[in-house]
Write a protein that binds this ligand. Structure first.
Ligand SMILES: Cc1cc2nc3c(=O)[nH]c(=O)nc-3n(C[C@H](O)[C@H](O)[C@H](O)COP(=O)(O)O)c2cc1C
Length: 364
């Protein structure tokens, strides 16, 4: 049966379906717990949480589900990738955004407040103390001592790769499950060894990764129904990670304007942008993305651009405006139709069975 795989065995879950984590706000305990209780792996994006919040998160998730769940962090890049913003750069970045702040009644953050990113080592220490059933991560590979500590605590590790070299590096490091993340995926392009725009789509990425790694593979990007699940399994995966379709569910903490955009005709038009956070991410095209299109290279790096646009995004969200907030979504967003996480999971299982049955008629 397709539902029993190396991934379900490693994670001790019933279905090889992972709910993608959403960092920076859209994750919710209700969504992660609903997915875990329905047999998948619920996840919570915790990169912006403090160590104490991470410990509390693990307690809250354990109170809502007795099944496995994942807490997700972002591995920091080396300083070579992202240099500290200067005061002059800060002033020109604020000038670029001033009219948008004004539109939604927001104020620019102070220069000093741009240096308040969470301390990754402290986040990891809190995560190890909380010992969630699974730890998923993006943008790199945790140090060997962290991966060792996870093994000692029976925390299953899941690391994302957007190209073959990243998958091989994760495998060599001993990461338990590799999330092959194709270019279809919504949200940040989580590359760490090569340029984000080199990342292939799943039909190219997954079989090449499957030929080279020992760890089981979960495919992320564009998974929205039985057709894409069957395709992922055929390409060599032992599971799938679904982002956008869960993000649009009632239980997620995404804004209503964001959920509405995913369900609208606009969802057919996604693109990669640095406009909101300073790192490339896939979202539904909106006015702010288009306005920043010609200035992509001039924008400050993550996390500075992320902090600089935060009050604008929050102001837009409060006003129910979709034009000045990030509308992260994958290329299969137009296929999204379910409103409850449990209904979505039931559909994914039933539809996968339907597609397998249909394919069987082709060989009988
Ligand atoms: C709003 C949003 C936020 C995301 N944040 C994270 C994150 O913090 N960590 C992570 O590993 N993946 C993150 N992702 C990626 C998803 O977990 C998942 O891999 C991706 O959405 C799968 O592609 P799909 O959207 O086509 O289903 C995010 C995706 C979205 C849409």
């Amino acid at each position: 049966m397709w539902t029993h795989t190396r991934v379900t065995e490693k994670l001790n879950i019933k279905l090889p379906i992972v709910q993608g984590p959403f960092g920076g706000g859209p994750s919710s305990i209700a969504l992660a717990a609903a997915v875990s209780n329905a047999g998948g792996l619920g996840s919570f994006g915790a990169y912006s949480l403090s160590p104490d919040q991470i410990k509390q998160l693990a307690r809250d998730l354990r109170a809502q589900t007795s099944h496995a769940f994942a807490i997700n962090l972002w591995v920091p890049y080396s300083p070579v990738h992202e240099t500290r913003i200067t005061e002059t750069e800060y002033r020109s970045a604020v000038a670029r955004l001033q009219s948008y702040y004004d539109e939604v009644g927001a104020v620019a953050p102070s220069y000093d407040s741009l240096f308040r990113a969470q301390d990754y080592d402290a986040q990891v220490a809190a995560l190890l103390e909380a010992a969630p059933p699974a730890f998923s991560f993006v943008f790199g590979i945790p140090r060997p001592d962290i991966l060792r500590a996870c093994r000692e605590r029976n925390i299953v590790t899941l690391g994302a790769a957007t190209n073959v070299d990243e998958a091989v590096a994760l495998d060599k490091a001993g990461v338990d499950i590799i999330i092959a993340t194709g270019s279809e995926a919504g949200g940040h392009r989580v590359s760490f060894l090569h340029d984000p725009d080199e990342s292939p789509a799943n039909t190219a990425l997954t079989p090449q990764v499957a030929d080279l790694v020992r760890a089981p593979i979960v495919v992320a990007g564009g998974i929205a129904d039985g057709r894409s699940i069957v395709a992922a399994l055929a390409l060599g995966a032992s599971g799938v990670q679904v982002g956008t379709a869960f993000l649009a569910c009632d239980e997620s903490n995404a804004t209503q304007a964001h959920k509405d955009a995913i369900r609208s005709e606009r969802a057919r038009h996604t693109a990669l942008t640095r406009a909101f956070s300073g790192r490339y991410a896939r979202g539904i095209k909106n006015r702010f993305m288009l306005d920043m299109q010609t200035q992509q290279q001039a924008l400050p790096a993550f996390p500075y651009q992320n902090f600089l646009t935060q009050s604008m995004r929050q102001g837009a969200a409060k006003a129910g405006r979709a034009d000045l907030q990030s509308l992260w979504a994958g290329q299969n967003a137009p296929l999204v139709k379910h409103a409850r996480a449990a209904d979505l999971i039931k559909f994914l299982v039933d539809d996968t069975n339907r597609v397998f049955a249909q394919l069987k008629t082709l060989i009988d």
